[in-house]
Write a protein that binds this ligand. Structure first.
Ligand SMILES: [Zn+2]
Length: 524
């Protein structure tokens, strides 16, 4: 063991994968493991080989396909069944044969669970722990033990719960992680129990679920009480309310408590890694996630903005760069001139007093009509650019567009769009077909412009959101469309508002393409 200091143990691939709606392939799991290794976690629990064929496959492929720099793999599994020898139990054999240097055994530590779920005696449960741990130790594996339902078990029968810890430690388990399996604990009470457990002399770890909203706080309280091994999941994934968010735990311990858990450069990559993992899991990133969320360092109130200009540290708890995030100013109707100027500077534009006044007026006017620049950074930047330059950023002008939606006799619905554009002195007519009117328009615009602007091939519409807004002052309701577009290096959002949904979509689409060309470095 090169360094057996404080342990950061990730269980995204096993416990996190229990999250409703999460379905990871073996390739997904390998990809997530690489990201976690990039963050510098010490241990990655890959799953339960033998019990789950996909996990058996993961460990098999990991041996040739995973080249981990920091992390060691752990295979998760249960202690042997009652009444057999660990050496003869096929599930224990699967753990042995997984190739993982570490085996994390889950064991019962709650007397009622032993009797009701395991249907064996308290004595036999201890024998199962002793036998399985020492068997795996003899076979050269390092063994961690997850004491399931530990805190409820402690409440039910303290002496027995502590006896489980002693038994595992004596048999050679190097860490015993106390699991708040039902996630019902609060920090003060949990810390007292951890303190008592540390008194047994066993090395104590902590595994928390977030059912009380305290998983991270509980983890920190356990560390304060003497735990030296923390378990958690990327982005707080997990069943019910999730597991302790490992990213929050690591950032808190490293930045607020001075622990040296992951290389500072890797911590500075945490925001990117958190988002890269959401790409694999296909779970929408939580923009409010501490440290790594899009909004984690976003400021809205106009009142603060003038002070933020003077000293950003007055309004943020850490320098966002430490976790690879950014301070972001939201532009909204709450914001005054100071935040518009600040946002302009963030984007690299220096506004004069007149320009920022003009821009604030324009933002207010458009937001009153239903636009939202907070969610549409690219639309705001185009507006800002137009204000500074005194003219619109245009790579093409639109003569007309038309969309036909047809329900065919067989019942399928097809949309067809025709656009007539002018670009680089040419008049271009193009037609696109799609599964919906916006998709058809998007295809027609690209078809029209791709010959003149080949970069558009890499630009892709990735999200489309529609909201009906109440009409103000007796007017009709309007539709707001937000489009998210991406290219190889990032994504941007644009907004359109109109009584007609297709027109609103067109506005957002036109800006999306314009901004994409601007990003690609085209001068107007
Ligand atoms: Zn768990």
């Amino acid at each position: 063991m090169a360094d057996d200091g404080f342990h950061v143990y990730d269980t995204t691939l096993r416990d996190g994968a229990q999250q409703e709606g999460l379905n990871l392939t073996v390739a997904d799991k390998l990809a997530i493991a690489r990201h976690l290794d990039g963050l510098g976690v010490g241990f990655i629990e890959g799953g339960w080989p033998g019990a789950n064929p996909k996990d058996t496959e993961f460990f098999r492929r990991a041996q040739t396909e995973l080249d981990l720099e920091h992390a060691q793999l752990a295979a998760f599994g249960a202690t042997r069944r009652a009444g057999v020898k660990a050496a003869d139990d096929p599930l224990v054999a699967a753990l042995r044969e997984s190739g993982a240097p570490i085996v994390t055994l889950v064991a019962k530590s709650h007397d009622r669970h032993v009797e009701l779920a395991l249907r064996t005696t308290l004595e036999e449960n201890l024998a199962m722990i002793r036998d399985t741990v020492s068997h795996l130790r003899t076979e050269g594996r390092r063994v961690f033990l997850d004491a399931e339902h530990f805190f409820d078990g402690y409440r039910s029968n303290r002496a027995y719960a502590l006896e489980v810890l002693r038994t595992a430690a004596e048999a050679g388990a190097s860490v015993i992680a106390l699991c708040d399996t039902n996630g019902g604990m609060l920090p003060d009470e949990l810390a007292e129990v951890v303190h008592d457990a540390v008194g047994t002399g066993a090395r104590i770890g902590i595994h928390c679920h977030d059912d009380t909203g305290c998983a991270v706080a509980n983890t920190l309280a356990a560390v304060k009480a003497g735990a030296t091994h923390v378990q958690g999941c990327a982005n707080g994934y997990g069943e019910r309310s999730g597991n302790a968010n490992l990213f929050t735990v690591v950032a808190n311990l490293q930045l607020k408590r001075g622990f040296d858990l992951v290389p500072p450069r890797a911590l500075g990559d945490m925001t990117r890694i958190a988002h890269a993992i959401t790409e694999v899991t296909n779970v929408t990133p939580n923009s409010h996630q501490p440290y790594v969320g899009m909004s984690a360092f976003a400021h809205k109130a106009g009142l603060h903005a003038s002070a933020i200009k003077v000293d950003p540290n007055l309004y943020q708890h850490i320098d966002p760069a430490q976790v690879g995030n950014d301070m972001r100013m939201l532009v909204s109707d709450m914001a005054g001139r100071a935040s518009v100027e600040l946002k302009g500077r963030e984007l690299g534009y220096q506004l004069t007093g007149d320009q920022s006044r003009e821009l604030v007026d324009r933002v207010k006017e458009l937001e009153a009509k239903g636009h939202t620049f907070e969610a549409a950074d690219a639309s705001f930047e185009l507006l800002l650019r137009d204000t500074v330059r005194g003219e619109r950023t245009r790579y093409f002008t639109v003569e007309s567009w038309r969309v036909i939606v047809e329900r065919r006799p067989a019942g399928d619905i097809v949309s067809e769009a025709t656009v007539k554009l002018h670009a680089k002195g040419e008049r271009i007519i193009a037609t696109g077909e799609g599964n919906g009117p916006v998709n058809a328009l998007d295809k027609a615009v690209r078809l029209a412009l791709e010959r003149l602007y080949p970069e558009l091939a890499a630009v892709e519409l990735i999200d489309f959101k529609v909201r009906i807004l109440e009409g103000a002052h007796g007017t009709d309701a309007v539709t707001r469309v937000l489009i998210t577009t991406s290219d190889a290096t990032g994504e941007w959002a644009t907004v359109g508002v109109d009584e007609n949904i297709i027109e609103a979509s067109w506005q957002a689409l036109e800006q999306a393409v314009t901004y994409g060309l601007l990003r690609a470095g085209h001068s107007v």
